[in-house]
Design a protein around this ligand. Structure first.
Ligand code: AMP
Ligand code: ZN
Length: 119
């Protein structure tokens, strides 16, 4: 699905601190930082430190890393004061909008989720 390896992966470099990010939370297994092009007032990316190209691959590779990403995402929603109304979005595959092939979850909030539609 991808030719990216940890050595040339943007999110691996952000996790390592080699590229700056606006970090809002972290755990032993995951980091959370603000999206550089926010699509909502709250738009945080939650990223496992482990390099896997997709969330599905992460699930296959490690129950612990998968659980930790979602745990940290919920913690971020709490921290940001949006625990009662937020979305987690996972894009998988370029046709579905995935641009960075290192697993990540978008935490989106602060906008009116009036539409019933998912897409
Ligand atoms: P996706 O399209 O699901 O792969 O999400 C990748 C996200 O990474 C996009 O929403 C980008 O705006 C975001 N992004 C790209 N580069 C950076 C960066 N250097 N710091 C923070 N977010 C980034
Ligand atoms: Zn990576």
């Amino acid at each position: 699905m991808t030719s990216q390896t940890p050595g040339d992966c943007l999110f691996c470099k952000i996790a390592a601190g080699d590229i700056p990010s606006d970090r809002v939370a972290e755990s032993e297994r995951s980091i959370a930082f603000r999206d550089i092009r926010p699509a909502a007032p709250v738009h945080v990316l939650v990223v496992p430190r482990r390099h896997e190209p997709t969330v599905g691959a992460l699930a296959t590779a490690s129950d612990e890393d998968l659980a930790d990403v979602f745990r940290l995402a919920a913690q971020v929603a709490d921290q940001e004061g949006v625990a009662d109304a937020y979305r987690m979005v996972v894009n998988t595959g370029s046709e579905a909008g995935q641009t960075i092939f290192h697993a990540h979850v978008h935490v989106l909030a602060g906008t009116a989720f009036t539409e019933r539609k998912m897409v």
